[in-house]
Design a protein around this ligand. Structure first.
Ligand code: 1GP
Length: 250
């Protein structure tokens, strides 16, 4: 299968065209609010939906994908916290290896179990070096991964980890402060990492304002992910998405 989504991301990076992804946690979205979110996402020209979470306990994944599919053409990319979140109806899956941690299960263990399932699936599998950062609180991602996040003051560790991930052949690097992080990842850190890698860079966790989203893309992020802020105020989606896309217009 041709890597449609990944090729589009590479092309976007080449053209400095920044992308906006909305994270939907299937446990937290209610059927009555998903329609509103989908309408806003279309108005805001959102580029991708990321679907998943560090801990998903409901069986709403399929229903979410079905709603997205029936109401928009926006691609659905799985952002799975576990093998149980693999769903063949999505377009792609971030095959996340937690390279900031030393938990063997999340570096390679679960991937071995998932590999035969993914091989048989129609999903575009995109290997992703996932790096968790300390955003000032213990997020679900940090707790569930049983791993130490990288302190944001340790720029060298972040840069070397991202470089190693790229050298290992991972196709994306994802810098995440975790959903609901008190402090998003500082621009200086994003800039330091982005200067040392060539693969597209995803940044998320605790982004709540258009100003911060714009600062992140100016610092070198290629894809901005926002979840929590939109759960609280979905209308923010238009402003934040516009800020991300405004980079292409400068
Ligand atoms: C979490 O990067 C995402 O993995 C999004 O974080 O929910 O804090 O926006 P928020």
């Amino acid at each position: 299968m041709s890597p449609t989504i990944y090729n589009a991301l590479l092309k976007a990076k080449e053209n400095s065209s920044k992308k906006m992804a909305v994270l939907i946690d299937p446990d937290r979205i209610k059927q009555h609010s998903i329609d509103h979110v989908l309408e806003l996402a279309k108005t805001a020209n959102v580029d991708y939906f990321f679907l998943g979470g560090s801990l998903v306990v409901s069986d709403m994944m399929s229903a979410c994908i079905q709603s997205i599919r029936s109401q928009t053409d926006i691609p659905v990319i799985l952002f799975p916290g576990d093998i149980s979140q693999i769903n063949h109806n999505a377009d792609a899956l971030l095959f996340l290896s937690l390279i900031s941690g030393r938990n063997p299960d999340l570096l390679i263990g679960k991937h071995i179990v998932a590999a035969p399932l993914l091989k048989e699936s129609p999903l575009e599998v995109i290997s992703t070096g996932y790096m968790l950062f300390d955003g000032g609180n213990i997020t679900t991602a940090i707790y569930m991964s049983g791993s130490l996040p990288i302190p944001v003051s340790k720029v060298d560790i972040a840069v070397c980890t991202a470089m190693a991930g790229e050298m290992l052949g991972l196709k994306l690097i994802y810098m995440d402060a975790g959903s609901g992080a008190q402090q998003p990842i500082p621009e200086g850190l994003i800039s330091a990492v982005s200067k040392k890698i060539d693969v597209p860079l995803i940044v998320g966790g605790g982004i709540r304002t258009p100003e911060k989203a714009l600062a992140n893309v100016q610092a070198g992020a290629d894809i901005i992910v926002v979840g929590n802020a939109f759960e609280k105020d979905p209308t923010l989606m238009i402003e934040i998405s516009d800020a991300v896309h405004s980079m292409a217009r400068v």
